[in-house]
Design a protein around this ligand. Structure first.
Ligand SMILES: Nc1ncnc2c1ncn2[C@@H]1O[C@H](COP(=O)(O)OP(=O)(O)OP(=O)(O)O)[C@@H](O)[C@H]1O
Length: 329
């Protein structure tokens, strides 16, 4: 397996527009779900993506896996630009990247046994057939904490947590290096969320997987992730080691997000909780998109989009704020 230097996955200047229908002859202004997002995920690293609903987290995950193409920018997987690959090579790269979706009920075919569904990826990619595939399915079920004999059952015979384990087994079936988990536990009972999170954490450590973990739940992100990317209205506001960001959030948006989670507040660093509604993503504020809710906004914030840059005094963190120098931890 090749191992180009640099991150396993890199998104550069990613934009993604969605066109809305605006009547028979008129197309409404596009929704820009991503606006110039740069992101890197290193081998074996877990990166959390957080931000309020609609800020572009799922779109980012899908674009990185090329489940949808970006409308601008590019995605490099192991150093290779996904948009430039011939179909056969793209398929080979795809084997190495998988997704676990939020809804364990909708993501499995109700009419096929879970074993058959777990075996699909192995067969498509020529990894195992026949009894080899059956053995591999049994091993995967065991690896995710299920009885190997369950391969013969249909999805409706399982609970939500068990189905999400099956979805994880299916994602692992192609022996990926990179998994995007999009809110993988938010549809589950609170009582079993931790079990599935712990399963993902264990598998990541055991298999050396890189993980993009999309979540509203900051506690889970703190528990699971090495790094955090904070998004707002299609842009990255702040990024850095999870430990540092949770200990000392810098961007006013990150501070406000953490302040909304009382158990994550830290004396001296918590800002005011978020006030007001998220502006429409179809018509975001000029300049810094967060300025209309920011307690530190100045007139200059309306004029230009602040670039995301290394934070003064913390080279492994990046922040998009005109007042970054005042915010350094
Ligand atoms: N297929 C689509 N067609 C049109 N608009 C879309 C599509 N997918 C996403 N959007 C829009 O893009 C924006 C970002 O959506 P996205 O699902 O990426 O956000 P999110 O942060 O994952 O939200 P949530 O936390 O609610 O899942 C939203 O305004 C959404 O309505």
């Amino acid at each position: 397996m090749s191992a180009a230097p640099g991150p396993l996955v890199r998104g550069e200047g990613l934009t993604r527009a969605f066109h809305r229908r605006g009547g028979l002859f008129h197309r409404g202004a596009p929704v820009m779900a991503l606006r110039g997002v740069d992101i890197a995920v290193n081998r074996g690293e877990a990166v959390g993506v957080v931000g309020e609903s609609g800020c572009g987290k799922s779109t980012l995950g899908r674009v990185l896996l090329r489940l949808m193409p970006p409308t601008g920018g590019r995605v490099l997987f192991d150093g290779e630009d996904l948009a430039q690959q011939p179909a056969a090579h793209l398929r080979a790269l795809r084997r190495r990247m998988q997704m676990v979706f939020q809804d364990p009920f909708g993501s499995l075919d109700p009419r096929r046994t879970v074993g058959a569904q777990i075996a699909d990826g192995m067969q498509i990619h020529g990894l195992a057939h026949g009894s080899g595939a059956r053995d591999a399915v049994a091993a995967l079920l065991k690896q995710v904490g299920l009885d190997p004999d369950h391969a013969r059952r249909l999805p409706h015979e399982f609970s939500g947590g068990q189905r999400q384990r099956i979805a994880v087994a299916r994602a692992l079936s192609t022996r990926p290096d990179f998994i995007v988990a999009d809110e993988p536990v938010s549809a589950l009972d609170v009582s079993i969320q931790a079990q599935v999170v712990n399963l993902l954490a264990d598998l990541r450590a055991e298999l050396g997987l890189a993980l993009l973990f999309i979540s509203h739940d900051l506690h889970v992100v703190r528990h699971l992730c090495d790094r955090v990317v904070v998004m707002y209205l299609g842009r990255v506001m702040e990024e850095g080691p999870a430990r540092d960001i949770f200990r000392a959030p810098a961007h006013p948006y990150t501070r406000a997000l953490l302040a909304a989670t009382p158990s994550l507040r830290h004396r001296g660093t918590a800002g005011a909780p978020l006030a007001g509604e998220v502006p429409s993503i179809a018509n975001p504020p000029s300049g810094c998109v967060f300025r209309t809710r920011c307690t530190m906004a100045q007139p200059a914030c309306a004029e230009a989009v602040p670039p995301i840059e290394p934070m003064p005094g913390a080279a492994d963190r990046r922040i998009a704020c005109l007042r970054a120098a005042e915010l350094s931890p």
